[in-house]
Design a protein around this ligand. Structure first.
Ligand code: C2E
Ligand code: CA
Ligand code: CA
Length: 279
């Protein structure tokens, strides 16, 4: 509403003010959360859509807050990205996930990839490659079992440097995946320059793949694109059997979603692995 001739006036929206307040409070507490050992890594399985085998797990961070309970990364990752805390936090997630992956191998479970998210801020760190090399050495995980997920938008921040960094990581033998594919700049021109081996179809397309022809068309196109570039393809956010069937019939290789399992603590995943290998 435009109220003219009234001079200056300000908007005050209680909802926005409350959101800001919450964000500030979270940010203050986030600074010590790692030292207070409030962070957890959860693991979500990725399933081969043809064989049904568990081929990989994605490491997803959680914040076990003393009073708020389990805080979603959607709430604190953006804050950690803005203030730089994502750098130590991301390193901690990587180390924890690699150590866990090695522990599962030593326990005799079949080999699977460990997928870890990498933020734009981490990509900018000049010592990123050294840090990752060191974590692999410390945890004794073979690089071929580590997969790093980056988003297109993270890569576009400093394109040339990012490509160079990815090439160094690839040189170590690490696998690279493009996360949230289809939501970013979708610069197909750049896609062939990224040394990635896997595309992840974003959850937003999978969600309404059966009801929205546009989402189906985008998913079909991503699958076709991945095939012609000889990239592997994973669909995120599979919640129903129908979504699973649609994707499987179109040749999508892997799936991840609540239909198979939510992200769970390591102990819970160990139980799942035990019951899988008994079959
Ligand atoms: P993402 O990398 O796209 O991770 C997939 C998200 O989809 C996860 O949310 C997962 O729980 C959720 N998801 C998986 N299957 C389903 C499903 O069937 N239905 C629905 N509704 N959701 C599903 P989560 O764990 O809340 O993480 C949100 C985002 O936070 C991640 O999105 C990622 O961008 C970021 N994140 C999480 N952990 C880390 C981390 O360690 N480092 C960085 N840089 N970012 C992280
Ligand atoms: Ca991811
Ligand atoms: Ca994703």
């Amino acid at each position: 509403a435009q109220q003219q001739g009234r001079g200056q006036y300000q908007f005050y929206c209680p909802e926005i003010a409350a959101q800001l307040q919450e964000r500030l409070a979270l940010e203050n507490e986030l600074y010590g959360a790692l030292e207070r050992q409030e962070m957890r890594v959860y693991y979500q399985p990725l399933i081969d859509l043809q064989s049904g085998e568990l081929t990989a797990v994605e490491a997803l961070v959680r914040w076990q807050h003393p009073t708020l309970g389990l805080v979603s990364p959607a709430k604190f990752i953006p804050i950690a990205e803005a203030n730089g805390l994502i750098v130590p936090l991301g390193e901690w997630v990587l180390r924890t996930a690699c150590a866990q992956s090695r522990a599962w191998q030593l326990a005799g479970f079949p080999a699977m990839r460990m997928s870890v998210n990498l933020s734009a801020r981490q990509l900018e760190q000049p010592n990123l490659v050294d840090m990752i090399r060191q974590v692999l050495a410390e945890t004794e995980l073979e690089p071929a079992y580590l997969e790093l997920e980056v988003t297109e938008s993270a890569l576009m921040v400093e394109l040339e440097r990012s490509i160079d960094t990815l090439k160094q990581l690839q040189g170590l033998g690490i696998l690279l995946a493009l996360d949230d594919f289809g939501t970013g700049y979708s610069s197909l021109n750049y896609l062939k320059q990224f040394p990635v081996s896997l595309l992840k179809i974003d959850r937003s397309f999978v969600q309404d793949i059966l009801s929205n022809p546009d989402s189906a068309a985008v998913s079909d196109a991503i699958i076709a694109l991945a095939k012609s570039l000889r990239l592997s393809i994973t669909a995120e956010g599979i919640e129903t059997e129908e979504q699973l069937e649609y994707l499987r019939q179109r040749g999508c290789h892997e799936g991840q979603g609540f239909y198979f399992s939510r992200p769970v603590p390591a102990a819970k995943l160990t139980q799942m692995l035990e019951s899988c290998s008994q079959q």
